[in-house]
Write a protein that binds this ligand. Structure first.
Ligand code: NAD
Length: 319
């Protein structure tokens, strides 16, 4: 039996268990932390998500309960003390590659919503106001789209935007040969900033990409540029993006991720993010849309995550 923490994906997991596994999954609504770890006693493994706290103390306790595997239902595992898990010989599994299309499509959804101002239009119509003032959009066809990071998600994004008839400019530290057939052109960052009408971020967060979008990069961009971030919050310096919005340099901003979003994943969102003044300021702009890290959240991605997690847990059964 496996202890599974706060699953958003219970239905998908149940379906996968029914069709392909003799594991018994028991769900707990609380996230795993030092306060809740005693619930894991008596289980063979734990299945966790980005919001669980698998720190050293928790893993020591899991080891004391003879937990034989930690199966993360996500790609990242920076919330797991891997060193401690290794010391206890507890394998940590994750799902490295699930439906890049899901995140790419969400980036496109943000572009479409910002461009056609769907969020504002919907609110107007609900109030019985069918006026179109301020809702004029632009055609995507013929626009230049800059994609920073052309791995799995970035490449899927480029393919979709190519379908809209956009010119695609790419920047990556290593070129993806699959994109050649699209006629996507690799350029340096300065050219991408200068030429792009829409810039979408699909690179990982690391020392060289932290606050990639800042005063200096924004200054190089087109007047009224649209910036989309579905990757990691800290790629964008939010305060400097706000300055760009005030100046009109940034015309549209779509964020699925936010620098302080760790807080969103933890129990009391209101205590953290709601009191984050920069985040609050972002929400006041009509040309900004923020979503809560839902890029991955589709049926296809969840099915893949569930199946891979069960396959990973089966390895535990075999040991
Ligand atoms: P990937 O590893 O397939 O691709 C990342 C690409 O970024 C690679 O081609 C790499 O060479 C490139 N890169 C690395 N450093 C760079 C730099 N300094 N400048 C430009 N490019 C650089 O990863 P992926 O699966 O496409 O995921 C991309 C990002 O999407 C992840 O890092 C993650 O942060 C984010 N993500 C978001 C969600 C969501 O729900 N919003 C879900 C999954 C992943």
């Amino acid at each position: 039996a496996v202890f599974s923490c706060k699953p958003y994906d219970k239905r998908t997991l149940n379906k996968a268990v029914e069709t392909s596994s003799d594991l018994e999954l028991v769900y707990f609504e609380s996230r795993l932390s030092m306060e809740t770890v005693s619930l894991a006693e008596g289980f063979d493994g734990v299945s966790c998500f980005v919001n669980d706290d698998l720190c050293r103390e928790v893993i020591n306790q899991l080891a004391a309960y003879n937990i034989r595997a930690i199966a993360m239902r996500c790609a990242g595992y920076n919330n797991v003390d891997l060193y401690c898990a290794k010391a206890h010989n507890i394998p940590v599994f994750h799902v490295p590659d699930y439906s890049p299309t899901s995140v790419a499509e969400h980036a496109v959804a943000l572009i479409m919503a910002l461009n056609r101002k769907t969020h504002r239009a919907y609110h107007r119509v609900k109030e019985g106001n069918f006026a179109l003032e301020g809702l004029m959009g632009f055609n995507l066809e013929g626009k230049t789209v800059g994609c920073i990071g052309t791995g799995r998600i970035g490449a899927a994004f480029c393919r979709i935007m190519n379908g809209f008839g956009c010119n695609i400019l790419c920047y990556d530290i290593s070129e993806n040969p699959d994109l050649q057939t699209l006629g996507a052109e690799y350029v340096d960052l300065a050219t991408l900033y200068k030429e792009s009408d829409i810039i979408s971020l699909h690179c990982p967060l690391n020392a060289s990409t932290h606050h990639l979008i800042n005063d200096q990069s924004i200054a190089q961009m087109k007047e009224g540029v649209m910036i989309i971030n579905t990757s990691r919050g800290a790629l964008v310096n939010a305060q400097q993006a706000i300055d760009g919005l005030y100046q009109g340099k940034i015309g549209y901003l779509g964020l699925d991720v936010y620098e302080q979003e760790g807080a969103i994943f933890f129990e009391d969102m209101s205590d953290h993010i709601i009191h984050d003044s920069v985040f609050q300021l972002l929400l006041t702009f009509p040309n900004v849309i923020v979503t809560g890290h839902q890029g991955y959240f589709t049926d296809t991605a969840l099915e893949h995550i569930a199946q891979t997690t069960l396959d990973n847990l089966k390895q535990m059964q075999n040991t």
